[in-house]
Ligand binder design. Structure first.
Ligand SMILES: C[S@@+](CC[C@H](N)C(=O)[O-])C[C@H]1O[C@@H](n2cnc3c(N)ncnc32)[C@H](O)[C@@H]1O
Length: 234
C-alpha cells in the first residue's frame, strides 16, 4: 500500500486490479478517443516521454510506437504493479517530480487531472522539468460535458445540471461502472483549467476533443518557452 507524504493512502491502490482487468479490459477500440488525441497531439518524436499518473501503463505501447521512450510516475504502488512490464516506472507524486529542471523533452498526462486536486501545481512541475521548447500533452476528462453535474445515462441526451461553475471535488456520478463513484473527481471549469496552463508558463498550442455524440475528452498540447514560467496570480 502506498502513501502520499500527507499520509493519505493512494486511492487507486484499492481499485488497481479492477482498473486493469475490468475497467480497461472492457474498453475496445479507443471508445472515447483517448489514444487518437494522444497520437495526434504528441506525434512522432524521440527521447524520454514522461507520463505523470501513468497508472497501469496502458499508453506506453503507443508512446513507444511514436518513437518516444516512455517512463512513468504514479502515486499508487498497486497501479504500478501492473505497469512494470510495460515501461520503467517510479512511485512519485506528480506535484513533486524527482527530476531535474529542464530534463525531459516530453510529458504526457492522460485522464488524470481530475485525480489531482493540486493540478495547477502539477502543471508548474511539468513546466519545470520540461526542456525549453519541450512538449506537454494533456488528455483529460472534458470539463464541460463530464463531471458530477453531468448525467450521461442517455448518450444522445446528456443532462447538464448546475455545478459546472463551481470548482469542487465529488464522488457523484451517473454510473457505478466507472471510476468516479469509487475515487471521486476534482473539477475545474474550462477557463480555470486553461488559465492553470498559462499560469504555469505553458504556451498552449493545439486542442482536440474525443468521444461522440458529445465529447468526453478535451486534449491540449502546450510547450515551454524560455523565460515564460510565471508565478500564479493570487
Ligand atoms: C484514471 S487513472 C489514469 C491512469 C492512466 N494515465 C490511464 O490513462 O489509464 C489516474 C492515475 O493518476 C494517479 N495519480 C493521482 N494523483 C497522483 C499524483 N499526485 N501523482 C502521481 N500520480 C497520481 C493515480 O494513482 C492513478 O493511477
Amino acid at each position: 500500500m502506498s502513501r502520499r507524504s500527507t499520509g493519505e493512502v493512494a486511492a487507486y491502490d484499492e481499485i488497481a486490479d479492477w482498473y486493469e482487468l475490468e475497467f480497461l479490459g472492457a474498453q475496445q477500440d479507443d471508445p472515447i478517443g483517448v489514444g487518437r488525441a494522444l497520437r495526434d497531439l504528441l506525434g512522432e518524436g524521440s527521447g524520454v516521454c514522461l507520463e505523470i499518473g501513468c497508472g497501469t501503463g496502458v499508453h506506453a505501447a503507443l508512446v513507444r510506437e511514436l518513437g518516444w521512450t516512455p517512463v512513468g510516475v504514479d502515486l499508487s504502488g498497486g497501479m504500478l504493479r501492473h505497469a512494470r512490464g510495460r515501461l520503467p516506472v517510479a512511485l512519485a507524486d506528480a506535484a513533486r517530480l524527482p527530476l531535474r529542471d529542464d530534463s525531459v523533452p516530453a510529458v504526457i498526462s492522460v485522464m488524470v487531472h481530475t485525480d489531482m486536486p493540486e493540478y495547477p501545481a502539477v502543471l508548474r512541475e511539468v513546466a519545470r522539468v520540461l526542456t525549453p521548447g519541450g512538449l506537454f500533452v494533456h488528455v483529460g476528462v472534458h470539463p464541460c460535458f463530464c463531471g458530477g453535474f453531468a448525467d450521461r445515462t442517455d448518450e444522445a441526451a446528456v443532462v447538464i445540471r448546475p455545478g459546472y461553475l463551481d470548482g469542487h471535488w465529488t464522488k457523484q456520478s451517473w454510473t457505478d461502472k466507472g471510476i468516479r463513484d469509487k475515487v471521486g473527481a476534482s473539477h475545474w471549469p474550462l477557463p480555470a483549467l486553461l488559465n492553470a496552463f498559462l499560469d504555469a508558463g505553458l504556451a498552449v498550442e493545439r486542442f482536440t476533443e474525443g468521444g461522440a455524440p458529445l465529447p468526453v475528452v478535451l486534449a491540449v498540447a502546450a510547450t515551454t518557452r524560455p523565460g515564460t514560467r510565471r508565478t500564479p496570480r493570487p
